[in-house]
Design a binder for this molecule. Structure first.
Ligand code: NAD
Ligand code: ZN
Ligand code: ZN
Length: 231
């Protein structure tokens, strides 16, 4: 496939290749028709027989089926394989405007006594929802900002910090919706990437010690398409 960042707004063109002789014995898992038969979304369109394969995972679909899937989804600039979930392209979220900053604290976190601590602060202020949000034009609230989070200042912690920075730039860290903690709607909430918000205690379960945290957050970042390849 093509390398580098493209300004193309069609991830289908960017991340698929046309298959010239589709296999006879395989189905398109989107429309359940055979790949060598027209797309179930074809309706007599001339391109109904075009089959494409995703560049990374090589899974094959009718072009029209994959297009219909993308159009009906979040249209977030990337294409996720419906078979194996591999993300093609960069996933972008709808985190509102704000600021991410970090500092070093000399005190260690429980269970990371050998090193200092990275403190991350996220600042987001209330505003009006844009077209990418659930209720465009309506206001959103921000509770508990700046939100303050902690990582051990060791090699793995610094790697997580870099990846969290990539996630922030791609607007993946927070979203707007209903808070499961408070039940409030149209508010800024964490979005699928866990952060440790307690230092020196663990009342909420979002503190230390948690020997699996760095592994878990690396996995959550990877699910969002943020990996070491982005550094
Ligand atoms: P949420 O309650 O909708 O949950 C979204 C995700 O955040 C879930 O995965 C959940 O596990 C995780 N999460 C829940 N509590 C967390 C915490 N204390 N630290 C880190 N992650 C947490 O998300 P939300 O509305 O963003 O609320 C999450 C937390 O944010 C609240 O529990 C609270 O600690 C904090 N918050 C503080 C205030 C405040 O006024 N100080 C207001 C709202 C939320
Ligand atoms: Zn199909
Ligand atoms: Zn796949």
């Amino acid at each position: 496939g093509k390398k580098g960042r493209s300004s193309s707004c069609d991830p289908l063109d960017e991340h698929t290749t046309v298959v010239t002789s589709p296999p006879e014995d395989e189905d398109c898992c989107i429309c359940c028709e055979k790949l060598n038969q027209p797309s179930g979304y074809g309706e007599g369109k001339p391109e109904a027989n075009i089959v494409v394969k995703l560049d990374k995972c090589k899974h094959m679909f009718h072009k029209l089926c994959l297009q219909a899937m993308y159009e009906s989804g979040a249209k977030n600039g990337c294409l996720q394989c419906p078979t194996c979930k591999t993300i093609h392209g960069e996933k972008h979220g709808n985190c509102p405007q704000g600021l991410m900053e970090y500092h070093r604290l000399p005190q260690p976190l429980t269970s990371y006594e050998g090193c200092q601590t990275i403190q991350i602060l996220y600042h987001i202020s209330p505003g009006v929802q844009g077209p990418e949000h659930p209720h465009p034009g309506k206001r959103y609230s921000c509770r508990g900002f700046p939100r303050v989070c902690y990582l051990p200042d060791n090699e793995r912690g610094r790697k997580v910090l870099k990846l969290l920075t990539v996630a922030w730039k791609r607007r993946l860290t927070f979203t707007i919706g209903m808070s499961t903690t408070t039940g409030e709607g149209d508010t800024v909430t964490w979005n699928e990437i866990h952060h440790k918000t307690e230092f020196g205690s663990n009342h909420s379960g979002h503190g230390y010690p948690d020997p699996n945290y760095l592994d878990n957050v690396l996995m959550e970042l990877a699910v969002q398409g943020v990996t070491e390849n982005d550094l």
